[in-house]
Design a protein around this ligand. Structure first.
Ligand SMILES: *Cc1c(COP(=O)(O)O)cnc(C)c1O
Length: 216
């Protein structure tokens, strides 16, 4: 199935209206489809699996900004560190330290978002408020330990629920946390099923997969 370009332009328009960025989530999708969306003007793409990201990065334009949006294991950071544009799923201080270590080896700085657990389901990764606060405090108190990471904001995933009020409340919680614990300008929230709510609640970065690429 080709890219749904109509959906693409619809989402782009919603993003432009809200000063939000769009990350096209291409996990499990072939490089031909990514190329098609690239040709339509899209530059930010998100992947969940390290090996898949590494191989797609090798096959596609160096102008793509690759976002890692999945759960990242510490021992795999070094594989994506040379080229990743933004890591969305930092869910522990230990992982942040490892990103810093790998970025230091490359004499670069890697942008990171701290993932916050906002959904009711406990299958989703992320820090709770206490961990978020502690993590930011560590970074503030020991800047020399984190010289090679740039904390750029927060990321979260809402519950998979048909109940809009539940989803809205979770997004609102993340927005409030972003104000209480300023971590950077980016607030990454909103997927195919809930992006309108996310924008209404203050998201400025959407991660959209199935609406563009079809179901997985
Ligand atoms: C897969 C995924 C998305 C995209 O989900 P869709 O419902 O296909 O838009 C967004 N964020 C994360 C973290 C994902 O794993």
């Amino acid at each position: 199935m080709p890219i749904d370009l109509e959906a693409y332009h619809l989402i782009r328009e919603a993003c432009n209206k809200n000063d939000a960025q769009l990350v096209a989530v291409s996990k499990t999708k072939p490089v031909e489809l990514i190329q098609e969306l690239f040709d339509a003007g899209q530059r930010d793409f998100g992947e969940n699996y390290v090996q898949e990201l590494v191989s797609k990065h090798g096959l596609l334009s160096p102008d793509i900004r690759w976002h890692f949006i999945g759960h990242l294991q510490s021992n795999k950071v070094k594989l994506i560190a040379p080229f990743v544009y933004l890591i969305h799923g930092i869910d522990s201080l230990r992982l942040l330290e490892e990103v810093n270590r790998q970025a230091a080896k490359l004499s670069k700085k890697i942008k990171c978002l701290l993932q916050v657990h906002i959904a009711a389901e406990d299958t989703k990764f992320g820090m709770d408020e206490t961990e978020l606060s502690a993590c930011l405090q560590q970074v503030r108190e020991r800047p020399e330990m984190f010289a090679h990471v740039e904390i750029s904001g927060l990321m979260g995933m809402a519950s998979f629920s048909d109940d809009e009020s539940v989803v809205r409340k979770e997004f609102r919680t993340l927005k409030e946390l972003s104000l209480r614990y300023p971590a950077g300008p980016i607030l990454s929230m909103g997927m195919s099923g809930d992006y309108r709510l996310a924008l209404e609640e203050g998201s400025n970065m959407l991660r959209i997969g199935s609406m563009l690429f079809g179901t997985r």
